[in-house]
Design a protein around this ligand. Structure first.
Ligand code: SER
Length: 288
């Protein structure tokens, strides 16, 4: 499944479920937002809606947002999955549906062979926010309950802390606990003892569901937003690596040609040695 179809399957699935398809906003933040230099996620253009400052054109939105993460720059080339510039597919609810519906749709689109990505249900692992003392929040029992309700056994539900499963777009702003979907890529990528969240390559995180209900303040206070919202993010490049059965984002139809151009211009070969592979990945990421 080429990247174009990864995008289209997502956007049309959510369109059929009553979401308004909106185009990607600029990489330079399209709304006043001093918390970031560049757009880092699909939710950023929608912050005024989550805060209740502006009325959204629809309570349900879906988009494919150009995003840029300076925080990942040192990892580019070292892992199979990190990029600076990437595209993030998302479905958003502004005070409409919440956790249960987001969980059901994420699983349906992940597993449907007909209109989704066709993953085996048994290969999908889930992470859930395990609580944080500083934030004064306990484990997200509600989310655990919804994953159990759609049939995910406890062995494949992993509780993680604030670093992994509490999402905020900058030091302040709309935020909330999140729950991530991972695909177990099997023994070629690591031993059975690997777990989602332990920074190994066997389980690839491909979709983040944020239950956005707080507004983090500079002093650490965590008041509730006017509505309970959903903000999800699925990386097009990572999903393309899964649907194309290639080990890394650099071997997908999105990056293969750029790596090939780097090889042609440098006379080096991807895979020759670690330094060359890393350099060709960096050229492809930065070039794009
Ligand atoms: N905002 C969340 C993220 O970037 C989900 O879209 O992961």
């Amino acid at each position: 499944m080429r990247a174009g179809e990864v995008r289209e399957r997502f956007l049309s699935f959510f369109e059929r479920s009553g979401h308004l398809r909106v185009p990607s906003a600029s990489l330079v933040p399209s709304v006043y937002d001093p918390s970031v230099l560049l757009t880092t996620a699909g939710m950023q253009p929608f912050k005024p809606y989550f805060r209740g400052d502006e009325e959204p054109p629809s309570r349900r939105l879906t988009s494919c947002q150009r995003s840029f993460r300076t925080t990942d720059i040192e990892n580019v080339g070292l892992t199979l999955r990190h990029l600076t510039f990437f595209e993030m597919l998302g479905n958003f609810s502004v005070g409409d549906y919440f956790k249960a519906q987001a969980v059901e749709w994420a699983l349906d689109l992940s597993t449907s062979k007909e209109y989704g990505y066709g993953f085996d249900f048994e290969s999908i692992w889930i992470t859930v926010f395990g609580g944080d003392d500083e934030l004064g929040l306990g484990p997200d029992e509600e989310a655990i309950g919804y994953w159990r309700a759609v049939g995910v056994p406890d062995e494949r539900i992993v509780l993680l802390g604030r670093d992994d499963n509490f999402w905020q777009s900058g030091p302040t702003g709309p935020c909330g606990p999140c729950s991530e979907l991972y695909l177990d890529r099997g023994p070629d990528f690591g031993p059975e003892s690997d777990r989602p969240g332990d920074d190994t390559e066997r389980h690839l995180e491909y979709w983040n569901l944020v239950f956005m209900q707080y507004e983090l303040q500079a002093d650490g206070a965590l008041p509730e937003l006017p509505t309970k919202n959903i903000d999800t993010g699925l990386g097009v490049e990572r999903m393309a690596s899964l649907t194309q059965g290639v080990p890394s984002v650099y071997e997908t139809d999105l990056f293969g040609p750029l790596v090939g151009l780097g090889e042609e211009l440098s006379g080096r070969k991807y895979g020759d040695d670690d330094a060359t592979t890393r350099a060709l990945r960096i050229i492809a990421d930065h070039g794009r």
